[in-house]
Design a protein around this ligand. Structure first.
Ligand code: G3P
Length: 216
């Protein structure tokens, strides 16, 4: 499973990159707003900076929701850097835009996926990635990880090439369970990635080794 970081924060991206485990970055309008990125020029420059910081795909989301506007915006985003993947919402016009960009060999990430039916449609349209929102599904009393398993099962038997990108990750267990359920990629905030490192027995064991090393 590939590791993406789900943030527009440059320090978090640098820290994850320096860990040596980062395969890409996902952003969304909420994450960009959190970093106070405003105006098209600033937004496009921020995506360029992220692409220069990391290797791998960087998802940049369209801000419009009509066919023509999403096409124009998608083409503009894709022109920023070869690593850009255009993130398109799971709506009727979004499907058409995914198909259009796929025909132009531009990678897309279909976002706001909450059901297997939506995943099938996005795969049929030629999305490079689909992003099921695990945390938000759990928040609404459904099982986000079970949806990953279901989509993986369908994609395998149907030979769909679209990759499953588990998103809306809220904790380290979501990452582990996404891997277990067959997600191709998991995009997580930095704190969930770093939480995977932690185990109290590691800390206790290391303290003992350090203490005993003084006897050597
Ligand atoms: O990748 C989508 C993600 O950013 C949404 O996460 O925590 O807002 O549900 P969250």
């Amino acid at each position: 499973m590939k590791f993406f970081i789900d943030t527009a924060n440059l320090n978090h991206i640098k820290e994850a990159h320096e860990l040596g485990i980062l395969d890409g970055v996902t952003t969304n309008p909420s994450l960009m707003a959190k970093e106070n990125i405003k105006g098209k020029e600033h937004i496009n420059q921020h995506y360029k900076t992220i692409c220069e910081l990391v290797q791998g795909d960087v998802s940049a989301e369209v801000l419009n929701t009509t066919y023509k506007e999403m096409i124009d915006e998608g083409l503009e985003l894709a022109a920023i850097h070869p690593q850009i993947v255009v993130k398109i919402p799971m709506i009727k016009d979004g499907l058409k835009v995914i198909k259009y960009l796929n025909n132009k060999n531009i990678k897309t990430n279909c976002t706001l996926v909450f059901s297997a039916g939506q995943a099938i449609l996005a795969a049929k349209a030629g999305a490079s990635y689909i992003s099921p929102f695990i945390g938000r599904i759990d928040d609404s009393n459904w099982d986000g990880i079970q949806l990953i398993s279901q989509i993986r099962h369908i994609f395998d038997i149907q030979n769909y090439e679209t990759e499953i990108l588990a998103a809306s990750i809220r904790n380290p267990l979501h990452i582990i369970k996404s891997a277990e359920a067959g997600a191709h990629i998991c995009t997580s905030p930095l704190d969930s990635i770093l939480a995977l490192l932690k185990h109290p027995l590691t800390d206790i064991g290391l303290a003992k080794f350090i203490e005993d090393s003084k006897k050597l």
